[in-house]
Design a protein around this ligand. Structure first.
Ligand code: NAP
Ligand code: 8YV
Length: 317
């Protein structure tokens, strides 16, 4: 009998085809549809493919669950500690998205500093013809860019920044002996020295509102905040008022506290560039992430070894 795998959400057709070749697949559209399923229907589920969503209450509904294969590198929506305590392995999709997420970060950084969206609007609104040249913007060259979270993606961003003639520094809980960038153990101290802060840590309780009022005020009226991590990493209400009052200069944001809701105030600001959580959203990268979701399931149920377990489950994999 093939193992039963539950798929929640709309994966690429290739994922569904690949999974159907190896498993007995139970598909449901979303959390509401899953809530409608009976415990009997979930009794024999052993694998679970999900878009970064697996709270403890859902894990507990599957008594035979062995592996959660989560799409995305961030898994703050998966209760990995709870899963690990029950002997359930959680996997995610690291590395294959580093390049595109880092590219989006650079794009957002330059778009924010050079007012790309505002300039586009200036031209389309006929202001170039009526009012003449658009206002000048700010260069990245010579600036100090602080990366908050120099992990897989943070390092890819730092590498790409090296051609822009800016200085890269970083903050994380642990210093990385293998890199030459200046390390700051104190985020406020780093923000004081920076023109730009780029947030690229995981979400979850450990980073909740890590970028708070003190950090934003240290970055200051000419400072630029780029958030490609999770909305929860920045105190969003404080950020909105700091941008409104001019205590923080500019922001480029791909992620928000209550997605897909974005505070209306942000949408009216010319000093802000907004994208709808699309840092990894290319066909190529999303295919690679999809393939890894499948590979974790087939490898685990094939030879018992998951390919990319999260650290909480490393001992189980
Ligand atoms: P990673 O390799 O695990 O790197 C995470 C980095 O954050 C590490 O350097 C870690 O260093 C640091 N960090 C963790 N907790 C911290 C804390 N409390 N304070 C300060 N630094 C902390 O992860 P990754 O693959 O680079 O991915 C990072 C995150 O990017 C993901 O978890 C996800 O939230 C986000 N992401 C967003 C998108 C998007 O579409 N916008 C796409 C992909 C990823 P220490 O452990 O030494 O502190
Ligand atoms: C995902 C992301 O595509 O990998 C992550 O952590 O934020 C994105 O790349 C997104 O989570 C969709 O599930």
């Amino acid at each position: 009998m093939p193992n039963e795998v539950l798929v929640v959400g709309k994966f690429f057709p290739s994922v569904m085809n690949d999974l159907q070749q190896h498993f007995s697949v139970v598909h449901c559209e979303n959390a509401d549809a899953l809530a409608e399923m009976s415990n009997d229907q979930l009794a024999n589920i052993e694998g679970f493919a999900t878009f970064g969503w697996a709270p403890a209450s859902v894990i507990d509904r599957m008594p035979n669950l062995k592996l959660i294969s989560s799409f995305g590198v961030g898994y703050d929506g998966v209760d990995a500690d709870h899963a690990a305590a029950k002997g359930v392995i959680v996997t995610h999709t690291p590395d294959v998205l580093n390049d595109d997420v880092a590219n989006t970060t650079i794009m957002l950084l330059l778009a924010t500093m050079r007012h790309m969206v505002e300039q586009d609007r200036y031209l389309r609104d006929g202001r170039w013809e009526k009012e003449g040249n658009a206002p000048l913007t700010r260069s990245i060259a010579g600036k100090v860019v602080g990366i908050v979270g120099l992990g897989r993606i943070g390092e890819a961003i730092a590498h790409k920044l090296s051609v822009f003639n800016c200085t890269t520094v970083y903050h994380s809980r642990n210093q990385k002996p293998q890199v030459d960038y200046k390390y700051y153990g104190d985020l406020v101290e780093m923000a004081k020295d920076c023109d730009v802060l780029i947030a690229i840590t995981p979400g979850g309780p450990a980073t909740n509102k890590l970028i708070n009022r003190a950090v934003m005020e240290a970055l200051g009226p000419e400072g630029t905040l780029i958030n490609v991590a999770r909305g929860t990493v920045v105190d969003e209400a404080e950020m909105v008022s700091a941008l409104q009052d001019g205590r923080l200069g500019y922001a480029g944001l791909d992620v928000f506290e209550k997605e897909p809701h974005v505070p209306d105030a942000l949408k009216t600001m010319d000093n802000v560039v907004l994208t709808p959580h699309v840092a990894s959203a290319t066909w190529e990268t999303r295919q690679a992430m999809s393939d890894l979701v499948v590979k974790n399931l087939t490898a685990y149920f094939g030879d018992g070894a998951a390919v990319s377990p999260v650290p909480e489950c490393a001992d189980l994999a």
